[in-house]
Design a protein around this ligand. Sequence first.
Ligand SMILES: Cc1cc2nc3c(=O)[nH]c(=O)nc-3n(C[C@H](O)[C@H](O)[C@H](O)COP(=O)(O)OP(=O)(O)OC[C@H]3O[C@@H](n4cnc5c(N)ncnc54)[C@H](O)[C@@H]3O)c2cc1C
Ligand SMILES: NC(=O)c1ccc[n+]([C@@H]2O[C@H](COP(=O)([O-])OP(=O)(O)OC[C@H]3O[C@@H](n4cnc5c(N)ncnc54)[C@H](O)[C@@H]3O)[C@@H](O)[C@H]2O)c1
Length: 471
Amino acid sequence: MMRTVKYAILGAGTSGLTAMGVIRKQTDDFVIINGGALGTTCARVGCMPSKAMIQSANLYHKRHMLSEFGLSGAEKLDIDTQKVLERVRRLRDRFTKGVQSGSTDTLTEDQFINGYAKFVGPNTLEVNGEVIQAERVIIATGSRPVVPEPWKALGDKLVTSDEIFELTELPKRIAVVGLGIIGLELGQALSRLGVEVVGFEMLKSVGGLSAPVAIDKAIELFSKDFPIHLGAAAQLENTDKGVLVKLENESFEVDMVLASLGRRPNIDLLQLEKAGVVLNERGMPSFNINTMQIEDKPLFIAGDVNTYRPILHEASHEGKIAVLNAISYPQVKGYERKTPLGIAFTDPDIGFFGVSYRDLDLSSSKVVDFNLERNNGRAIVMAEDYGVICLFGDKETRRLIGGEIVMPHAEHFTHLLAWAVEQDMTLLELIKMPFYHPVLEEAIQSALYKLYIALYSEEERGMEAELTVIK
Ligand SMILES: Cc1cc2nc3c(=O)[nH]c(=O)nc-3n(C[C@H](O)[C@H](O)[C@H](O)COP(=O)(O)OP(=O)(O)OC[C@H]3O[C@@H](n4cnc5c(N)ncnc54)[C@H](O)[C@@H]3O)c2cc1C
Ligand SMILES: NC(=O)c1ccc[n+]([C@@H]2O[C@H](COP(=O)([O-])OP(=O)(O)OC[C@H]3O[C@@H](n4cnc5c(N)ncnc54)[C@H](O)[C@@H]3O)[C@@H](O)[C@H]2O)c1
């Protein structure tokens, strides 16, 4: 028996649910198909449990600075990591229930199918043996952690972000292999929760940073939490006692490995070629980042599965673009993308906005950096005067175009700066903004001022230029 629907959404994660929320206001003629657990990657095994773990870890870590403030007794503070992990799961359950109760829980049996969908022909899907003919399909199947095949033999001595929040007890020693955002966030949190952590990253950078000054500062600061080995891919060997992590000339014995090597899109099992789609050598279809449309087909691809910007607010934004175009198909509109914005919830935070250093055209841009050490009154008072702000400006337009920041509370400043880029603000406009005293924003002000000096000639600057005359 074949079912026919107008819309099929593959994946009930952030992107798919965003799309479904729009479709169901218009019609009942849709189906959403989700393989695996419900509740979204973000709430279940991603953003939210990781932030809950980080919160406990950082609170406990603060004990090391209390004596600086005249507070004694911190050495008596203890941590019950089992309770920490219970709280992580309690919050996770709360968030996933919240997601489900407003979405998949409210669907009829016809509208929701639990299973992994694949294409068996153009506009034709198969799930759990059922064939569904769908006029328009939104692919929002997310991504999964990369685990090299041989590493799977390590069994429960190897975890990814999918399993780590399920642990009821933390290991004594853990190797974190891959120090992108996940490895850095979780490696630091585990270390602060009392686990002996050793980190490995095959690049000469961490946390996805590309500005040399920011990379150096990040390595300097994060190495205070745990040893970091850069520049070589780690190899693993199963032993009776645990796992041996091997570099060329060194090896490290640990009880467990956190594989944070990146995520691969859940596209390989979809058999997209059967829908008539041409796949490139990486198995990816060609799609338009402003319409989310695959080729000129009634197929739209949104969220982590397209690998373009694998973060939550972009998954949601792409879900909106995809659904509007799925509805209006064959007419589709191109929608503006947001200014890039990324944050790693480490201590200090890492923030990215606008163009990254690796994509910067150095011949048409100016790059400045501002070091936080002893340079911002409020940061000194808070004993948080560490980090660096790297800003990039366009020589011709004198606009702020991007930056990479490593500093406490950068999650907030990165937003402000991303908004300034989104508004096409020039450095002159930016330095005219009000800045309170004493606040950490004054460090941003200092960095902006440096970029202003770099972009404007001496004749163009001066007190009068920095004020606005009433017309
Ligand atoms: C540890 C971690 C921390 C993170 N922290 C942050 C953060 O702090 N901030 C941030 O912005 N982002 C963060 N992210 C990224 C964020 O979680 C993702 O960008 C976002 O969840 C992607 O949403 P999505 O809808 O694309 O995919 P998902 O939410 O993964 O949804 C995809 C769904 O499709 C299902 N599926 C897969 N294949 C099929 C199929 N064939 N048929 C049907 N269904 C299928 C999957 O099982 C899943 O349920 C984090 C990710 C991780 C792993
Ligand atoms: N705060 C946030 O917004 C947040 C937090 C976590 C995850 N995420 C999202 O999840 C995505 C995936 O994160 P991720 O950290 O897993 O991926 P990633 O691609 O950012 O980092 C993986 C790192 O592993 C390294 N690596 C790969 N193989 C290795 C090996 N054998 N030995 C040593 N190093 C190796 C890579 O060089 C890379 O730096 C991110 O791109 C991000 O979009 C976001």
